[in-house]
Design a protein around this ligand. Structure first.
Ligand SMILES: Nc1ncnc2c1ncn2[C@@H]1O[C@H](COP(=O)(O)OP(=O)(O)O)[C@@H](O)[C@H]1O
Ligand SMILES: [Mg+2]
Length: 350
């Protein structure tokens, strides 16, 4: 697979640009701020529908414009596919739109998987130094790059989470009263008021249970996929580290889940439970934090709260007297394509 042509209109600093690309290495040379990374970002956007530099689309549209267009011609197995993306930030232009070979896609997500890119940029240090959200994003983007259908699961999970959080906020007063009633008697209220209170609480708790079951169902799928991905990556990490390290070491990645302690410890040690097990464990973990969630008004369990263990990639040299020093070494990692299907890990000490 390769990107044969990239063209942009009103993207970042470019009113318009056409960039023919040949297979192999292309080097963009220019002064600082001239727009090299903007082009890399545009190519990445064609593949992921997102930027590696910013979370929202608005900064991608050239200052003063309402809409940016990114086009790419992708060659794969001898076939050409034209991807066209409209990034709309103006009110009049509506949502983002996508076309594949001139046919409108029902949603932009349909183009995922057409072009696959791997980006290694200074921003990747965020993987080690940044928030857990950076590591979650990295894992989820890699999932989608390998199998585009995960984009649907990811967005379904976000939807369930938004709705569940909205319930925890909007029903907070009744839910909290319900929690407190279970701890102390409500003799100060008249019987009628208590009945009404109990009804409202029961109904909110029932709705919360419904959202728990959705969260467990979709969350288990996402969690399972991430764990399998980590499992698949692990041997490459060890091999790549051994290639660049002078000492024998034990480089590993680990996943820190928000599930109950026992399962979380097993997962951190590398276990990949079955999806049904993860589903049941998510439900049980949600039950365990119910009072806390109701008090705080946010969802405390699920893939959105997980992290790669800190440090996410730890390289622990086998300690000898000569090399003994406190704490693990930390490394940033990224991926680079070596062929149409292979990848190698590029590691940089940070
Ligand atoms: N939305 C935008 N509208 C206009 N110019 C922008 C926009 N976003 C970034 N730029 C400009 O793009 C330039 C940075 O481009 P970049 O690709 O990061 O440079 P470099 O060649 O150093 O990699 C800066 O001059 C910045 O002002
Ligand atoms: Mg740059």
């Amino acid at each position: 697979m390769h990107l044969r042509h990239l063209s942009v209109t009103d993207f970042r600093s470019y009113p318009s640009a056409e960039l023919p690309l040949a297979p192999g290495v292309t080097t963009l040379v220019g002064l600082n701020g001239q727009g090299k990374t903007n082009l890399v970002e545009a190519a990445g956007y064609l593949a992921t529908l997102g930027s590696h530099r910013v979370a929202a689309d608005a900064p991608l549209v050239r200052a003063g414009a309402q809409q940016a267009i990114v086009r790419g011609v992708v060659i794969r197995d001898g076939h050409e596919t034209l991807i066209e993306l409209e990034i709309n930030t103006g009110r009049a232009s509506g949502r983002n739109r996508a076309r594949l070979n001139h046919s409108p896609a029902s949603r932009p997500r349909e183009v995922l998987g057409t072009l696959r890119t791997v980006l290694f940029a200074p921003e990747d240090l965020g993987l080690v130094k940044g928030d857990p959200s950076e590591r979650r994003r990295f894992l989820d983007e890699l999932l989608v790059a390998r199998q585009p259908r995960w984009a649907g699961v990811r967005s379904e999970y976000d939807k369930v989470l938004r709705q569940r959080n909205a319930l925890l906020k909007s029903a907070a007063p009744v839910l909290r009263r319900g929690v407190r009633h279970t701890h102390r008697s409500s003799t100060s209220l008249s019987t009628g008021a208590v009945d009404k209170d109990v009804d409202a609480t029961d109904s909110a708790l029932h709705t919360l249970d419904v959202w728990n079951s959705y969260l467990a169902k979709v969350g288990a799928q996402l969690l399972y996929a991430r764990l399998r991905l980590m499992h698949d990556l692990a041997p490459y990490l060890t091999a790549a580290y051994d290639e660049v390290s002078a000492t024998q070491s034990d480089a590993r990645i680990a996943y820190k889940s928000s599930l109950r302690e026992e399962t979380s410890a097993a997962i951190a040690a590398g276990a990949v439970p079955e999806m049904q097990e993860l589903h049941d464990e998510l439900l049980a973990s949600l039950d365990a934090v119910r009072v806390n969630e109701i008090e705080r008004g946010i969802s405390l369990v699920g893939p959105h709260r997980d992290d790669g263990c800190s440090p996410w990639v730890s390289c622990r040299p086998r300690v000898t007297r000569a090399t003994a020093r406190p704490g693990p070494l930390r490394w940033a990692c990224g991926w680079r394509h070596t062929s149409s299907c292979g990848t190698i890990l590029v590691m940089t000490r940070c």
